[in-house]
Design a protein around this ligand. Structure first.
Ligand code: NA7
Length: 541
């Protein structure tokens, strides 16, 4: 960088990237080291890692298998890094991302402790003017958001929280020094993927744990294990084949979805296949039959199998009934995987509260009061999720052409083209934004596709002497329809309370946000758009 930012002088570069997680780090590498651009990352945290930098809650672990939860762009990186467990825990992911950042010299172009608050497009200069919380100013021709999909904590506005005499934490803003639960009475609100990971670990450390469940959830055992030398050797030998599978499937995972349908086999065979998948563990359970997310009757067979497992594991029939009273099709919400989650309810120091039978009235100085009584607590853990996909973008004051606010453009829900660009916001690219398959896909696979597509697009513009790219409104309308069509072809919209629909945040428009047509298909669409000279975009000099 040639200039230093100050309140009265903007630091100038070719491309500004917001966020130093998986996306921002690779985008920096691609623009700086492949295209030779002057690129800079602005990152709110003190270090790299993005979502994994903040989510340090007990039990935080990725649900993707480690050998698939990594970058594939560098053969050397693939060969030199060795994961230790089937699923990478948060600390190991942080070691990996720091290794990548150091190996590719990324940190020198990342400004840490720098939270972006505003980004305004100046049409006369064709530049984005960016301001940070501390008042620093930056300007760039291209602005790329790499802010993550699940990075804006959703702390429900329960009356009385400010009076609580104990400590409270949101899992996505966990203190770096950790939390001492020993001897404490802990209340955990939320039973999504995070709550299901956290509860067993908190229960083992705390004096007592009360889990407050609003909506019951399916979960399949993760069956995490240390990786054997044999498996590590297989991974080292087989990267190209593994990545071929990951790139060929709708969800970017390293396993193939079965071609058979649930009713192609007898009830006994189906049960045996589910048992085998349960024993194997992990997200692969949903790959047992091809039609689990398309046909409700097929889905019912998986749902009933999983409900029965809960009834078999949980000894207290009343608790088992509350846990298995699940109101959505299996995997219509993000399906959690766990380590001893349902077993945790067999511990003497764990209790379950059914918030549908006794909603929370308020938080008191001493605990949580429901309509049936008060639960005394020393610590409250909010495992209540995120203002997903749009939240991280809309908390930045983003304004495009003619001062149009992104918040206004998306008042009725997000609208964009390919999940990557919004009409009226030239040269702004949103990695893993709404309308992209991101949250329905093994994230690094989606991120690498986005980063490479954006990088190729910018390279193309430079080759052609073009300075500006903007999605056409009609292309955007077409994509909104395609996102709706893809969702409607699945059972996903049937989960009325899911964050895919924005239903977890009061007042948020109910729009199905991710693209459910599958990553492999999405990649083909993006490639075809590029091959046709960036069809649906206007490029100008
Ligand atoms: P999720 O999946 O959004 O889960 C949040 C949980 O918190 C869920 O059980 C919610 O119940 C519950 N919740 C949210 N607000 C409240 C209030 N006000 N009262 C009671 N309970 C509440 O977030 P996670 O962090 O678990 O997972 C997010 C993603 O991270 C996950 O999908 C993976 O991709 C990784 P609800 O179901 O809304 O009734």
């Amino acid at each position: 960088m040639t200039t230093t930012s100050s309140p009265d002088r903007a630091e100038s570069c070719d491309a500004l990237i917001i966020g130093a997680g998986f996306s921002g780090m690779y985008q920096l590498h691609a623009l700086r080291d492949r295209l030779g651009l002057k690129a800079l990352v602005l990152e709110a945290g003190e270090g790299v890692g993005g979502t994994w930098y903040w989510n340090r809650y007990p039990g935080a672990r990725c649900d993707s298998e480690s050998h698939s939860y990594c970058y594939g762009f560098s053969k050397e990186l693939l060969e030199e890094w060795e994961w230790s467990e089937r699923y990478p825990g948060q600390p190991e992911i942080m070691r990996y991302l720091n290794h990548v950042a150091d190996r590719f010299g990324l940190k020198r172009d990342i400004r840490f402790n720098t939270r972006v608050t505003a980004a305004h497009y100046d049409a006369s200069a064709n530049r984005w003017q960016v301001t940070t919380e501390a008042g620093q100013r930056y300007s760039a021709q291209y602005l790329i958001t790499a802010v993550g999909c699940l990075s804006t904590a959703n702390v429900p506005k329960i009356p009385g929280l400010e009076e609580f005499a104990g400590d409270w934490y949101h899992t996505g803003q966990w203190p770096h020094e950790g939390v001492d639960f020993s001897g404490k009475r802990v209340g955990q609100i939320g039973t999504g993927s995070t709550g299901i990971q956290a509860a067993p670990v908190i229960a083992a450390a705390a004096g007592h744990l009360t889990v407050f469940q609003r909506t019951a959830n399916y979960s399949v055992p993760a069956r995490n294990v240390p990786l054997t030398d044999e498996f590590k050797q297989y991974v080292k030998r087989s990267h190209p084949e593994i990545r071929q599978v990951m790139h060929g499937t709708p969800n970017g995972h390293p396993f193939v979805i079965a071609e058979r349908k649930a009713f192609d086999v007898t009830a006994e065979e189906r049960q045996a296949l589910y048992e085998a998948a349960w024993e194997k563990g992990g997200l692969q359970f949903r790959a047992t039959f091809q039609d689990l997310l398309a046909d409700k009757a097929a889905n019912d067979t998986a749902a009933e199998f999983l409900r029965n497992k809960i009834r078999q594991i949980v000894r207290d029939p009343k608790t088992a009934a509350i846990l298995s009273d699940i109101d959505h099709p299996y995997a219509a919400k993000r399906p959690p995987i766990d380590t001893d989650y349902f077993e945790t309810y067999n511990r003497d120091n764990v209790a379950l509260v059914d918030l549908r039978a006794e909603p929370i009235e308020r938080i008191t100085p001493g605990g949580i009061r429901t309509t049936k009584g008060e639960y005394p607590l020393d610590i409250i853990v909010f495992a209540t999720g995120f203002d997903a996909m749009t939240g991280p973008l809309l908390r930045i004051d983003i304004r495009g052409r003619d001062g149009q606010r992104l918040a206004d453009a998306w008042e009725a829900g997000p609208r964009n083209y390919l999940g990557l660009q919004v009409a009226g916001f030239p040269n702004l690219f949103t990695i893993t934004g709404p309308g992209s398959p991101s949250v329905l896909c093994n994230m690094p696979v989606c991120i690498e596709q986005h980063v490479e597509w954006i990088t190729d697009c910018i390279a193309h513009m430079r080759d052609q002497g073009m300075a500006r790219i903007e999605a056409k409104p009609e292309a955007m309308e077409g994509w909104v329809q395609e996102v709706n069509r893809a969702a409607d072809a699945t059972l996903l919209p049937q989960a009325k309370h899911s964050w895919y629909l924005g239903a977890n945040v009061p007042g948020k428009p109910r729009v199905f946000m991710p693209y459910a047509g599958g990553m492999a298909h999405y990649r083909k669409i993006c490639d075809a758009v590029a091959a046709k000279g960036y069809e649906g975009f206007v490029l100008s000099d």
